[in-house]
Design a protein. Structure first.
Length: 461
């Protein structure tokens, strides 16, 4: 019996080279996740230091989100066609240079240009890095373990970014929120050529320019509309115009892809139930958890009177929960199956989120917040790992850049759309801040519960 089991044991063990690949790629993905949130706490200080008008300060985050979400699908496909390692290295070089420029910025314009470049670097590195990860590990336990660790570190990066941003700003300067990326990017650029192998097709098809233009413009319009709606409400004409333009362009993209000789995204892939429903589940997972952090930030600062740094530290428990979720996800999903595991994970997240509706105005309620966010973080991360496995399974290595590009796009759009939606709910329901937050928390829990229904439509391989 031992002899029969030996091949499967070897198949579930990582080689020394795979461990190095994992360390390199997880480190880069963690750094990108930190970049999403590291400046949030520092924004008021940046505004004072560079002379930003208050109304223009949100563009420090918005320009990054626009570039990261708008170009990720395009660069994911370019990585498939022109080489994933090549794109990965180019993106890391751009990230290092743009971070240096951001740290040295002397005007609002220079800082915003650096943030656009950082967003573009994220759009390049994230899908290329994920494609290198999925193609380095075969489908099964090894890939599930790698994606679980990737999800855990990314989520830890989102949480760590807020804490690290507060510490760097308070102890050194807001500029170090940019400078911290430079040595990491240099280390990755030195190590990556020694560890990663190139992958690209022997015969390169022509680039689908009409598809690239329509999907990129559509995503940019959609993300801009959502961001504008978060600031001015969904009745704002500019927000509605952006959302409408995004919808029209994405519908046009669908028709372009149906007729293209070498489509950017083959319609057959979009029609796959694992890709279609898996990405929809991922959209729910990212939109609910990131917007919950926004709601609880309002609660901690506006109701309990916490400082920005104390608020960031309070989310450390959520970060621990997500890391634990990423570590245990491969084992949970191996025992339950990906589909059933996703169902249970969304149900746990929905129940933990719904319990937060009991929060009150007293400081003693912090214990409920800490316990609920820990449990919900575990559930959310198991759901995210299940989404990544579902959305990238059953596809050849030649299309992994596309699959991870779609998954990354889902992540970026989910992060972007969750906060405007919850902000609109808070505003509509608000008699007091606490009342508005509680109503929005219940809506958030209902969306997480919808993830259970979405999963029933997804057939996993």
């Amino acid at each position: 019996m031992t002899v029969l089991n030996e091949p499967s044991k070897r198949a579930s063990r990582m080689s020394a080279r795979q461990r190095l690949i994992l360390l390199l790629l997880l480190g880069s993905q963690f750094m990108l996740a930190v970049d999403f949130s590291i400046l949030n706490v520092a924004l008021p200080v940046i505004g004072t230091g560079l002379g930003f008008e208050l109304a223009a300060l949100q563009w420090v985050a918005t320009t990054f989100a626009l570039a990261a979400a708008g170009f990720t699908l395009l660069f994911g496909r370019i990585a498939d066609l022109f080489g994933r390692r090549r794109l990965f290295l180019a993106g890391m070089a751009l990230l290092g240079l743009s971070s240096l420029a951001g740290g040295l910025a002397t005007s609002p314009t220079m800082l915003l240009v650096a943030r656009v470049a950082q967003g573009l670097a994220t759009a390049i590195v994230t899908p290329a890095g994920l494609a290198l990860l999925t193609t380095s590990f075969p489908e099964g336990p090894l890939r599930a373990r790698a994606l679980g660790l990737n999800g855990a570190l990314m989520s830890a990066g989102f949480t760590s970014g807020a804490i690290l941003g507060g510490l760097l700003t308070e102890l050194l300067s807001w500029r170090w929120a940019f400078f911290v990326n430079v040595p990491v990017a240099l280390a990755v650029l030195v190590a990556a050529p020694l560890v990663l192998t190139e992958s690209r097709p022997a015969r390169r098809p022509k680039m689908d320019l009409p598809g690239a233009v329509t999907v990129t413009a559509g995503l940019l319009a959609l993300v801009y509309g959502l961001t504008r709606a978060g600031e001015h409400g969904f009745a704002d004409p500019v927000a509605l115009g952006g959302l409408a333009a995004g919808a029209v362009l994405l519908v046009a993209f669908w028709f372009v892809e149906r007729r293209a000789a070498s489509p950017l995204v083959p319609v057959t892939i979009l029609a796959r139930s694992t890709v279609k429903w898996g990405n929809l589940a991922g959209l729910v997972a990212f939109a609910t958890e990131t917007s919950l952090v926004f709601l609880l930030t309002l609660y901690l600062q506006k109701v309990l009177g916490y400082s920005a740094l104390a608020t960031g530290l309070s989310f450390g428990v959520l970060g621990i929960g997500t890391v634990l979720g990423g570590v245990i996800a491969p084992r949970v999903l191996a025992r339950t199956g990906t589909g059933r595991g996703m169902t249970v994970a969304f149900a746990v997240q929905a129940a933990a989120t719904a319990s937060l509706a009991l929060l009150g105005a007293g400081s003693g309620w912090i214990w409920l917040l800490l316990v609920a966010t820990f449990v919900g973080g575990v559930g959310n991360m198991v759901a995210i790992v299940a989404f990544m496995i579902t959305a990238t399974s059953g596809l050849p290595d030649s299309e992994q850049g596309l699959a991870t590009g779609l998954a990354t796009m889902t992540q970026q759009v989910g992060i972007t759309m969750g906060i405007p939606i919850m902000s609109a709910v808070v505003t509509a329901a608000m008699g007091t801040v606490l009342q508005g937050v509680i109503v929005a928390i219940l809506v958030n829990a209902a969306l997480a519960l919808a993830g259970v229904l979405i999963r029933t439509r997804a057939s996993t391989p």
